[in-house]
Design a protein around this ligand. Structure first.
Ligand code: COA
Length: 275
């Protein structure tokens, strides 16, 4: 993955002494978010299921940034795993200032191809995973007067076909962002979301980009991991210290012009089998 050379816009050391815990930080957008935070001085712990991939990502990011990043394998669906991730973070770094809830699963599935278990699996990873990790870490974040970013999506704004499982999980995650902003605000904790648009060279784009045309994006280019990394640094920075309960859409305007070229054929005669 290309290195995230974040960012000329923010001071280099703004997160010195701070600690980030990031689920899904071993790949894609969340890896870029983590790397950006480390480049600005934070120490980081990344969590996901795939131990080997995660450890390799931590090694590569440490080499690229000169910062401290450790990998803790775990499944966000399992309370024991998220509690272990919090324990390891505090044992190693002594505190948790920032949490990114990024672990997610998704695939395209027309309604009739979406099994009971498939729907439940995505809700469990995305929604319950977000709840579980935050529940396990929240007392530490309160102590640090830190901040949380929930990774969301714009899918449900327009009822995107084949995406009801992820869309409904993200809608509920946006609700959590608001509930937590209200409940944690008096403790000095800010809670926001980021809803990325189509980001090039990611697994998400490879899996979900069916029929997508870059010309449908008002800003006329694909997103880059760097776009999400910059927004992350901003939302965790002092520059955003009166912003809470907001899900920031970072998509070049894409959701306002979904432009489904194949609609309605794609819902009336959907492809059979797994996409
Ligand atoms: N279309 C329809 N159903 C699918 C599917 C697809 N492309 N991929 C998986 N499923 C179904 C499975 O068939 C299964 O349902 P079943 O038991 O009724 O057959 C259910 O989803 C769970 O799949 P399983 O592979 O057992 O779950 P998992 O926990 O190992 O994997 C996924 C979770 C399915 C979300 C998997 O894609 C994943 O781990 N993704 C992580 C990476 C990722 O997707 N990141 C997000 C990029 S945007």
């Amino acid at each position: 993955m290309a290195s995230v050379a974040t960012t000329q816009v923010f001071k280099q050391d703004i997160f010195a002494g701070k600690v980030l815990l990031c689920t899904g930080g071993g790949s894609g957008i969340c890896r870029g978010m983590t790397e950006a935070m480390v480049r600005h001085g934070a120490k980081a712990v990344i969590v996901s299921r795939s131990k080997d991939k995660l450890e390799q990502a931590a090694r590569e990011m440490s080499q690229a940034t000169g910062g401290e990043i450790i990998a803790v394998a775990g499944d966000v669906r399992k309370p024991a795993d998220v509690e272990n991730a919090v324990k390891q973070t505090v044992e190693r770094f002594g505190r948790i200032d920032f949490l990114i809830n990024g672990a997610a699963g998704n695939f395209l599935a027309p309604f009739q191809n979406l099994s009971y278990n498939a729907f439940r699996t995505v809700i469990e990873i995305d929604l319950l995973g977000t709840f579980n990790m935050t529940k396990a870490a929240v007392e530490h974040i309160k102590q640090a007067k830190g901040a949380i970013i929930n990774v969301s999506a714009t899918l449900y704004y327009t009822g995107t076909p084949y995406q009801q499982h992820a869309g409904s999980a993200k809608a509920a995650i946006d609700a959590l962002t608001k509930h937590w902003a209200v409940e944690l605000g008096p403790h000095g904790v800010r809670v926001n979301g980021i809803a990325p648009g189509p980001i090039g060279n990611t697994v998400g784009m490879d899996k979900l980009g069916l029929g997508f045309e870059v010309e449908s994006i008002p800003m006329q280019r694909m997103g880059d991991v760097q776009d999400i990394a910059q927004s992350t640094v901003f939302l965790f920075s002092e520059g955003a210290n009166w912003i809470t309960g907001v899900t920031l859409v970072v998509d070049g305007g894409q959701w306002m012009n979904p432009n489904y070229i194949a609609y309605p054929a794609m819902v009336l005669t959907p492809p059979q089998g797994k996409l």
